[in-house]
Design a protein around this ligand. Structure first.
Ligand SMILES: Cc1ncc(COP(=O)(O)O)c(C=O)c1O
Length: 399
């Protein structure tokens, strides 16, 4: 008797590998600091909101429509106005299960195979992979210490125009960029908006690290600065509270929102997380975030010191303006895709540069280190081990 076999759909991404547990020294992912998750506050928030409104979990969307738990959207409208200058109301906000699904909805509403999208050359891997999978032509813009270079954007838009190509949008992470941790200054935001209007190309602003600037200040959101619309704003609680909660959002005009809602097929993102966050954040967000920032900054100091101690002048990096990542350059002899395998065998996990860039050759000897989730001790030991692997496998001189 023949057995039934699964015939998988064409065009799938490569199958996932099984998770083998976290390694000892993990510098990967966009994880947060376990010691800075406000556990007691979340327990108190969960108890009070469930006692008050728990019965409403019986109704899809807790009886508040498809855009998500209204008190959290109201909290966000107030926070976005105060911090980012965005004048929006709860009805302009859609809560999603993290910001990744928000990006999927935007891509789903706007993109088709063969379209062109402009992004920062070094960029969030999740975005590069999504666009690649859709079959989009990705055009990468170089960055400097102030983020995406506007001369390059201007040239790229002109070059594409000469070929009769109109990009679908410019995707940018302007406030603490991933992986370079740069912040796009106001003048460049203005210039991006000018170019966007001149070429009729909208902007998708991914702002998930914007709460984590060391100064506590941030420039106004591009969404806020636009006088003619044409911008979608995406954010998340993953970096400011906890990524495992899975709560993100998009802010968009109704013409986009209505398309995103029509594409959202999950019958509502988890309401319990949204309720707990609303309860917690309205009372505690403005106190919690500065504590988190201070803790992250201290870990970055440890990482930078440790890199100097163990790699000396063979390593290049710049102090950052916020966030949870350091983008590091090793000597040209180091291929970080190979380093990834060899470091893993020694118990250290890194993100190799080529996975976080569309300029694979330039990123070959670069890597991204997340310093948020490891302890200070683990950062020191992990960097020492990484330096030893670089010396042994790639001949990088000891400090
Ligand atoms: C730039 C950027 N956008 C979006 C995300 C997705 O985050 P989440 O889905 O947890 O909100 C990440 C995660 O690291 C990110 O770095």
């Amino acid at each position: 008797m023949s057995s039934a076999t699964f015939a998988f759909a064409p065009g799938l991404p490569p199958p996932a590998v099984r998770w083998n547990g976290r390694v000892k020294f993990d510098f990967t992912g966009g994880n947060n600091d376990p010691d800075r998750v406000p556990v007691d506050g979340l327990i108190a928030a969960a108890e009070s909101v469930l006692k008050r409104e728990g019965r409403m979990l019986a109704i899809y969307g807790v009886n508040q429509g498809p855009q998500g738990y209204r008190p959290l959207r109201e909290f966000l409208a107030g926070k976005l106005k105060a911090d980012a200058g965005i004048a929006c109301i709860a009805d302009d906000i859609l809560l999603t299960s993290g910001s990744n699904p928000a990006l999927d909805l935007i891509n789903g509403a706007l993109l088709a195979r063969g379209d062109t999208v402009i992004i920062e050359e070094d960029c969030y891997q999740g975005t590069i992979n999504r666009l690649t999978r859709i079959g989009v032509n990705i055009v990468g813009m170089p960055l400097d210490k102030d983020g995406m270079r506007m001369d390059a954007l201007s040239n790229a838009l002109e070059t594409l125009k000469a070929k009769a190509v109109k990009p679908k949008f410019i995707y940018t992470i302007p406030t603490v960029q991933n992986p370079t941790a740069t912040i796009l200054p106001v003048a460049r935001r203005q210039e991006m908006l000018r170019l966007s209007a001149a070429h009729g190309v909208p902007i998708v602003e991914d702002d998930c690290y914007a709460d984590l600037t060391w100064s506590g200040q941030r420039p106004p959101a591009i969404y806020a600065m636009s006088e003619h619309g044409g911008v979608i704003h995406v954010g998340s609680f993953s970096k400011s509270i906890a990524p495992a909660l899975r709560v993100g959002y998009l802010v968009a005009p109704w013409e986009v929102m209505s398309r995103a809602l029509a594409l959202k097929t999950d019958a509502g993102s988890g309401a319990l997380e949204q309720m707990v966050l609303a309860e917690f954040c309205t009372r505690n967000f403005s106190k919690h975030v500065p504590d988190l920032r201070r803790g992250l900054r201290a870990k970055l100091e440890t990482l930078m010191e440790s890199l100097r101690e163990h790699f000396g002048s063979t390593v290049e990096f710049s102090d950052t303006q916020g966030g949870i990542f350091l983008w590091v350059k090793l000597p040209d002899s180091v291929d970080t895709m190979k380093l990834y395998e060899r470091a893993l065998a020694a118990g250290v996990c890194i993100n190799p540069g080529p996975q976080w860039s569309v300029n694979k050759e330039r990123a070959r000897s670069r890597l991204r280190l997340c310093f948020a989730s490891a302890t200070h001790e683990e950062i020191n030991q992990g960097v020492a081990t990484l330096a030893e692997v670089c010396r042994r496998e790639f001949g990088v001189a000891s400090a």
